[in-house]
Design a protein around this ligand. Structure first.
Ligand SMILES: O=C(O)CCC(=O)C(=O)O
Length: 231
């Protein structure tokens, strides 16, 4: 059982924490059903989906439930709100790896020129931008695991404490990755992480489903008239 005191300490010190048992089998089945309902009509099952808060009411609803708020509010406070929902899977047909990186992009409703917000990009028709560090520092992501995720099927690798180093240069990233380690999470578990934590994931050696909901939370409105896309 993870205590809130040790959880908040870990998030502060390491930038992440693993919580093994959060959702039960019934919750997991409902979420999978809701996810695949929006993907029906696709020939193959999706390995990545965006805009989940808008497309899947069950996922927006999950963000309000006590099993999730329990891990969000001690870090961001009771005014925390979800701002982005993504889905990632790895399968035999979509066995991908992702290089070491920090999550430095947020989704907003509309492009407005604002100091410190740059560069801009579009993903699935939604405006994305890199905000100043202080915006990212006040965010938290919960990666909700719908399958057992181990070192053999593409679990997350992280560099503990790297979230405290600001935006990292390519050289810093290369040096820090020597300290990276893998974090298997069982089905129903959560890996909570700060966006600036250096992380990566490898192609699965034994490809099988590795379904993860990546839910991002913030706690403050954006400055200069910008608005979070998902709020
Ligand atoms: O789910 C993964 O394996 C990696 C996803 C990722 O790197 C990200 O969300 O930034």
């Amino acid at each position: 059982m993870t205590s809130i005191a040790s959880y908040t300490e870990q998030i502060e010190r390491d930038g992440f924490a693993c919580i093994p048992k959060v959702l039960d089998e019934a919750q997991i089945s409902k979420l999978k059903e809701a996810l695949y309902a929006i993907a029906r009509g696709n020939k193959s099952q999706p390995y990545g989906l965006r805009r989940l808060l808008e497309k899947v009411p069950a996922i927006r609803n999950l963000c309000t439930q006590s099993c999730i708020r329990h891990w969000v509010e001690p870090i961001l406070g009771e005014n925390a709100f979800p701002v982005r929902g993504l889905f990632f899977d790895k399968t035999v047909n979509a066995n991908w790896g992702i290089r070491w990186h920090q999550d430095v992009t947020i989704a907003v409703q509309q492009r407005l020129e604002a100091p410190g917000f740059s560069p801009w990009s579009q993903k699935e028709g939604v405006c994305h931008v890199q905000p100043p560090l202080e915006v990212l520092e006040k965010m938290l992501a919960l990666r909700v695991h719908l399958d057992d995720t181990g070192a053999d099927n593409g679990c997350l690798w992280v560099v503990p404490g790297s979230h405290r180093c600001g935006r990292l240069s390519r050289q810093q990233v290369q040096k820090l990755t020597e300290r990276g380690n893998a974090h298997p999470i069982p089905r129903g578990g959560i890996l909570a992480m700060k966006p600036l934590l250096l992380h990566s994931s490898r192609r699965a050696a034994t490809p099988r489903h590795r379904r993860i909901l990546h839910l991002e939370f913030a706690t403050e409105a954006l400055p200069h008239g910008l608005k979070w896309y998902g709020s």
